[in-house]
Structure formats: structure tokens, C-alpha cells
Ligand binder design. Structure first.
Ligand code: NAD
Length: 274
């Protein structure tokens, strides 16, 4: 992973999502995965890594503005099936239809990656409206309930749910209080659902990325913040989507059969260095 070109000088114009050094070794062979937010950023890197590991991959995303077509063709280039669905996962009925579609096209569902997320541009706490609050919670956390409820009747022992949290759940965020609150909720959701499902052998974990170079960043922050994004981490740089993907592979595969209810922090370090 550390060999990736562009990682050390992180100002690559495009996020690196298909790491040429990551070959895959059939860890998810015969499995079927659904990844929300799978056309972009972190979700796309996970989709590609899962395809390299042999899974059929369905990607869901809000609209066709992103790179769904390209992502699907990259997935298929690794010899597995791809399915793409433009669907707003903040609505319960859409989530049911999405899961039905995946199950009917792929014959089952083994791995659910709840990764779709949104954040409104940095804001003043007093300016957060009820509508914004509702949209942020419905997209970032309600969708996880809806999709898990729809998916679980199709899942069985050995299957896995992985939720995308954020470093802001732990460190807080002075300007993204609505967003970081949803991410904090994801930690509790992950632990409680893991406890609920432990006897069924279905594991539930989360990944909490730190500052990662994806389209979400320029859409949220002003130019100065984008330029400084990640500089305050101990590693002194932001991460790439492809640096998150191996954690999602680990949590979906038999490498992590004794791990549930946990959050893996992929964030360049979050300790004080001086
Ligand atoms: P991104 O903008 O590249 O991807 C966001 C994805 O979510 C897109 O595919 C979008 O279509 C999808 N999405 C948003 N609202 C949706 C909806 N209502 N229905 C369906 N899909 C929807 O951003 P990203 O950085 O890759 O974000 C992925 C996840 O990672 C998010 O949950 C985000 O909060 C989290 N995260 C990102 C960072 C970072 O620094 N980039 C850090 C911590 C956590």
C-alpha cells in the first residue's frame, strides 16, 4: 500500500482508488456485496478492492453525476459482476427495493457496506436548519437502519455489515456538528447491532476514516481548508481512498472472524505528537 505513487506527495489531482499494487487473493470469492456511495471516493475504492478479491459488487449512489459507469466497468474488468443503482438511501422504501434488486440479480447478499454520507458545507452551529439536520441524519444514519433491516433477512452466518463512521465521531468538529453527531451515532449503532446479531454469526463493524482525498472535501471546505486538509494529522498529510479499502476487505473477509462491534481508525494517527 505504501508503495502507491502519489501517496507521499498527496496533492494528486485525482483520488487514487484503484491501487495497482493491491492484487487481491480471492478473499471474497463467491460473495456478494452492496456498497452505498460506491461510485465515488472511499466507496469506489472499496468496490474495486472487493472486485479484486472476487466478490460480485453492487454500487448504489445518489445520482448519475459521479463515476458509476466507469466504476462498474472497472469492477467487471476483474472478472466479477457489477450492478449499479441510482437510489436515494435516505428513504426506507428505496432501501427495500435496492436490496431486493441486489438479491434478485446476484442470488443473495453477504456483505453490506453502509458508506453513503453527506455533509453540508462548513457552517455556523446557529445556522443549522431543521431541514439540514433531518437530511444529514436521514442520509448518514437512518439509511443504515433501513438497509440493515432490508438486508438481514437475506444474510446468514459468516456475513458482515460494515459502516463508514468518521474521525469526527471521536474528535468532534467545530464546524460540522450535525455531521459529526451522525457519525457518533454510527459507533453506537455498530456496537448495538453487533451485540444483537452475535448469536447469528453476522458481524457488524465500522471504519472511521480521517481526512481522505475525495470529492466530498472540495464540496465541503473552502480553498484554504482544502489545501490544508490533513496537514494537522501526525502523518502530516491526508489519505487516499485506496488506503481505506484494505480495512473494509479485512472486516468483510474470514481474516476478521473474531472481530465484531469494533471501529477501525484509518486516519494517519490521532495522537498528540508534541
Ligand atoms: P464522496 O462524496 O466521494 O462519496 C459520497 C457518496 O455518498 C457518493 O457516492 C454519493 O452518491 C453517496 N450519497 C450521498 N447521499 C446519498 C443518498 N442520499 N443516497 C445514496 N447515496 C448517497 O465522499 P467520501 O469521502 O468517499 O464519503 C464516503 C463516506 O466516508 C461518507 O460516509 C463520509 O461521511 C465518510 N468519510 C469521509 C471522510 C473524508 O475525509 N473524505 C472522512 C471521514 C468519513
Amino acid at each position: 500500500q505504501s508503495q502507491q505513487p502519489g501517496i507521499e506527495s498527496e496533492m494528486t489531482p485525482e483520488p487514487i482508488y484503484d491501487d495497482a499494487n493491491y492484487k487481491g487473493s480471492g478473499k471474497l470469492s463467491g460473495k456478494t456485496a452492496l456498497i452505498t456511495g460506491g461510485d465515488s471516493g472511499i466507496g469506489r475504492a472499496v468496490a474495486v478492492a472487493y472486485a479484486k478479491e472476487g466478490a460480485n459488487v453492487a454500487i448504489a449512489y445518489l445520482n448519475e453525476d459521479g463515476d458509476a459507469e466507469k466504476t462498474a466497468s472497472v469492477i467487471e474488468s476483474y472478472g466479477v459482476k457489477a450492478l449499479k443503482a441510482a437510489v436515494d438511501v435516505s428513504k426506507v422504501e428505496n432501501c427495500k427495493k435496492l436490496v431486493d434488486q441486489v438479491v434478485s440479480e446476484f442470488g443473495g447478499l453477504n456483505i453490506l457496506v453502509n458508506n453513503a454520507g453527506k455533509q453540508f458545507p462548513t457552517n455556523n452551529f446557529l445556522s443549522i436548519t431543521p431541514e439540514q439536520l433531518r437530511e444529514t441524519f436521514e442520509t448518514n444514519i437512518f439509511s443504515m437502519f433501513y438497509l440493515a433491516q432490508a438486508a438481514l433477512p437475506h444474510m446468514s452466518k459468516g456475513d458482515a455489515i460494515i459502516n463508514t463512521s468518521s474521525v469526527t465521531a471521536y474528535r468532534g468538529s467545530p464546524e460540522l456538528i450535525d455531521y459529526s453527531s451522525t457519525k457518533g451515532a454510527i459507533t453506537s449503532f455498530t456496537r448495538s447491532l453487533a451485540a444483537n446479531l452475535v448469536n447469528k454469526g453476522i458481524r457488524v463493524n465500522a471504519v472511521a476514516p480521517g481526512p481522505i482525498w475525495t470529492p466530498l472535501i472540495p464540496a465541503t471546505f473552502d480553498e484554504q481548508k482544502v489545501a490544508q486538509h490533513g496537514n494537522d494529522t501526525p502523518m502530516g498529510r491526508r489519505g487516499q481512498p485506496s488506503e481505506n479499502a484494505p480495512a473494509y476487505v479485512y472486516l468483510a473477509s474470514n481474516d476478521s472472524t473474531y472481530v465484531t462491534g469494533q471501529t477501525i481508525h484509518v486516519n494517519g494517527g490521532d495522537f498528540i505528537t508534541s
